[in-house]
Design a protein around this ligand. Structure first.
Ligand code: SF4
Ligand code: FES
Length: 247
């Protein structure tokens, strides 16, 4: 495949960025999107130019690092996949592909396509955990009855990989799908109920502090989420917050 890449280049957080055009040839349709970026970077390095900085780690849809806005969509044109799982066969020979970082006030650009998502870490630190006794007398989790429906719904929420596509896609830069998933995965299980009220209040407070916008129910986050996290999680978070405030 022969392609034209238009990529956001930005030296550092303070520098003014710009789209730069790179023609690229001999791309196999079986390559992943990141392998295609590797080919480009190899060529740039061989020419003595600076490679395009982009985040990646697992390259199998688990870590949530490979955040790229591709042709105006977080993680590109495929559904329910991350950028590292996106294949070049989703594009046509001769295509022009626009590649940008996820853009949100709370996710400042560090360099090129790399953004700072530590706001998500701080929200997690505010309450995305449970406290358990690990003294050796811990109750066996298998001995705690949990309905199949609650277990399945909690597992679906726990599939969130913290990639930030929901924020990048939302016109309000809202993080409510992410926070809703993190609140839900614990709120549905007995182990998470003990600290549920504190958790939801602290996580929502931190979310607001970080500068994420509010949810106006457009649903774009659910469409672009690579893990199919449902909007129901936002509704559950709102119910949990109301409960915590009232009781
Ligand atoms: S809710 Fe989906 S889009 Fe948002 S951080 Fe989690 S996995 Fe990514
Ligand atoms: S590199 Fe880990 S999800 Fe893409």
């Amino acid at each position: 495949m022969r392609l034209t890449l238009k990529i956001w280049r930005q030296e550092n957080a303070q520098a003014k960025g710009a789209m730069v055009t790179y023609p690229i040839d001999n791309i196999s349709p079986d390559m992943s999107f990141l392998e295609m970026m590797d080919v480009l970077n190899k060529e740039l390095i061989e020419k003595g130019e600076s490679p395009v900085a982009f985040d990646h780690d697992c390259r199998e849809g688990i870590c949530g690092m490979c955040s790229m806005f591709i042709n105006g969509e977080a993680h590109g044109p495929d559904r329910n996949v991350t950028t590292c799982q996106l294949h070049m066969r989703k594009f046509k020979d001769g295509d022009t592909i626009h590649i940008e970082p996820f853009r949100a006030k709370a996710f400042p650009v560090i360099r090129d396509l790399v953004i700072d998502r530590s706001a998500f870490d701080r929200i997690q630190h505010a309450g995305g955990f449970i406290s358990v006794n690990t003294s050796g007398n811990t109750q066996d989790a298998n001995a705690i009855p949990i309905s199949k429906h609650a277990a399945d719904t909690a597992m679906d929420a726990a599939a969130c990989i913290g990639c930030g596509a929901c924020v990048a896609t939302c016109k309000n830069s809202s993080a409510m799908l992410f926070v809703g998933a993190k609140v839900s995965q614990f709120a549905l299980l007995p182990q998470g109920k003990v600290e549920a009220a504190d958790r939801v209040q602290h996580m929502v407070d931190q979310m607001d502090l970080e500068g994420f916008g509010n949810c106006t129910n457009t649903g774009a986050c659910e469409v672009e989420c690579p893990k199919g996290i449902s909007l129901e999680n936002i509704a559950r978070m709102n119910r949990e917050l109301l409960k915590a405030k009232l009781f």
